[in-house]
Design a protein around this ligand. Structure first.
Ligand code: TXE
Length: 492
């Protein structure tokens, strides 16, 4: 087993307590690497290093153009290593090599884009109403950004934070999930290789329950960018509030794929299947509710089952595998528990509904692609995030009811609409309470387009032009050109 070190202040170090932990391969259900178990002392060291780097001329003194060049150099290094990093991700989180390779080959675009944007952030000169005064604004970095990332798309979701944060001139303490630390450590080498000064990017591996609180509340940390579960997100937000820190939160969802009776059904079936079974349903944007017009319900469910049944399960490193294992033991148990809950609530399993015992699944943590019909909007299976390959089919009678059911959850991350009717799609695009709406499509994201949640799905946006603002603060500068202080007892 390879024994990894973490990165603090440009040095590769073990945890100060001397402990490491095993990271497991979900397909084999067995450990494959050792990773340092960071302590709160390590958090302090990393935050200190990041603050020092933030103030050092080697970073603070760089022009925005030079920062952008570093990001673009990094992009090229990632592109050269994409396939190797993808394989590490698959080993660590069990997601399909085909998906991870596509993600890793796409990640460089974020660093190119935000690298290009670094020197296009401009302040304003304001035509101020006070004679003899000049007023202008500066867009300044916040300082040390704590990036806390999950296990489902580890490097992609870290990139969404690191690229704009670094382009804006911040420094980083990155805590990857304890279930997917290795790719983060391998990725971090590339920052060094690209020429980022020591301490600009620090990586702390360890358990959220042990070091998360210290990291969020650390006085040197100016902002928290978090992707993960909504409960953890809530406690991060509460803790950040105590020291008045801004946050970006992306917290998952219960997204609806809405199929109208005039939809191209063949495409809609593929879209709904890709929304829930791709990535074994372990994506924040999983389309875990299929809202289907009652008149086509039986036909549509039949087609879903037919396609879902063909899914090839097994080794995620094989090109031919379509549904891999669940990433963690606890998530595996959670998914199976939700299947039991759904059955107990009266939902009718029409596909799967159990742990997978196919020979090609070996000892891995596999759940059969599962579809429940006869789901009622009030059931827990229709309201709570499962984060696994479990689809709930809910019938609706008209457009108004479809909108009502779609919006009737505490989440609001994404939605899909399947219809050929232009009036329907425009109405839905407007009225769905979701940060992303796909029409006759599902699961498209880009470095160019903002991504984030409504309601309990989160705060702030990642990707696209406005994302860099999440990592900047605006300063107003006043210059008096008259050179004479007027009445000191009256405000100017
Ligand atoms: O996530 P956690 P978990 C959802 C999904 C899943 C559930 C739990 O429904 O079943 O969350 O998954 C760090 N202070 N999503 O337990 O705990 C942790 O170490 C600071 C949706 O794995 O939210 C990791 O780095 N940080 C999601 C990160 O938070 C803490 C993706 C996320 O872990 C912390 C993953 C603390 N007190 C799960 N405790 C999405 N939005 O895509 C933990 N962490």
């Amino acid at each position: 087993m390879q024994d990894y070190k973490m990165l603090i202040g440009g040095a590769w170090v073990g945890a100060s307590g001397g402990e490491s932990f095993e990271t497991e391969n979900p397909y084999l259900g067995a450990p494959w690497a050792l990773v340092p178990r960071a302590t709160t002392d390590d958090v302090d060291r990393a935050c200190e290093a990041a603050r020092k780097a933030f103030r050092a001329p080697s970073w603070a003194g760089l022009t925005a153009t030079a920062r952008g060049a570093l990001l673009r150099r990094l992009a090229d290094l990632i592109a050269a290593e994409a396939d190797r990093l993808a394989e590490i991700e698959t080993r660590d989180n069990g997601k399909l090599i085909t998906e991870m390779r596509a993600q890793l080959r796409y990640i460089p675009q974020w660093f190119h884009y935000f690298g290009g944007l670094a020197d296009k952030v401009e302040g304003r000169v304001i035509p101020i109403d006070k004679p003899g005064m000049i007023n202008f604004t500066r867009e300044e970095p916040l300082g040390v950004v704590a990036a806390i990332t999950p296990w489902n798309s580890p490097l992609m979701l870290a990139t969404w934070k690191l690229a704009p944060a670094l382009a804006a001139g911040n420094t980083i303490v990155w805590k990857p999930s304890e279930f997917s630390s290795v790719s983060a450590l391998e990725f971090a080498r590339l920052f060094e290789k690209a020429g980022f000064p020591p301490g600009v990017v620090n990586v702390l591996t360890g358990f959220g329950s042990e070091i998360g609180e210290r990291l969020v509340s650390h006085p040197h940390v100016a902002k928290i960018a978090f992707t993960g579960g909504d409960r953890t997100g809530q406690s991060v937000y509460e803790l950040a509030a105590r020291s008045i820190k801004p946050v970006t939160l992306e917290l998952g969802g219960k997204s609806a794929n809405i199929v109208f009776k005039d939809a191209d059904l063949e495409n809609a079936v593929k879209g709904v299947v890709s929304g829930i079974f791709a990535a074994t349903g372990q994506t924040c944007i999983a389309g875990s509710r299929a809202l289907v017009h009652r008149s086509i319900q039986d036909e549509f469910v039949g087609k879903l089952v037919e396609l879902g049944r063909t899914a090839r399960m097994g080794d995620p490193l094989l090109e031919t595998t379509q549904v891999g294992p669940i990433t963690t033991r606890s998530q595996f148990k959670k998914v199976l528990d939700y299947i039991d809950i759904a059955k107990g609530e009266g939902a009718r399993p029409v596909l799967g509904g159990s742990q997978a015992s196919r020979p090609e699944c070996g000892n891995g943590w596999f759940v059969e692609p599962t579809i429940f019909a006869d789901v009622k909007p009030s059931m827990r299976i229709a309201q709570e995030e499962v984060f696994g390959p479990v689809l709930s089919v809910i019938a609706f009678d008209d457009d108004e009811e479809a909108i009502e059911i779609a919006n009737d959850t505490q989440y609001g991350l994404a939605a899909g609409v399947w219809s050929q009717n232009i009036k329907t799609v425009f109405t839905l695009a407007q009225r769905l309470e979701a940060g992303t709406v796909w029409i006759n499509s599902y699961r498209a994201t880009s470095y160019l387009s903002p991504f984030g949640g409504y309601k309990r799905s989160g705060i702030g946006r990642e990707s696209g032009l406005t994302a860099i603002r999440e990592y900047l603060q605006e300063k107003s500068v006043w210059i008096d050109t008259i050179g004479e202080v007027a009445n000191p007892f009256v405000q100017r």
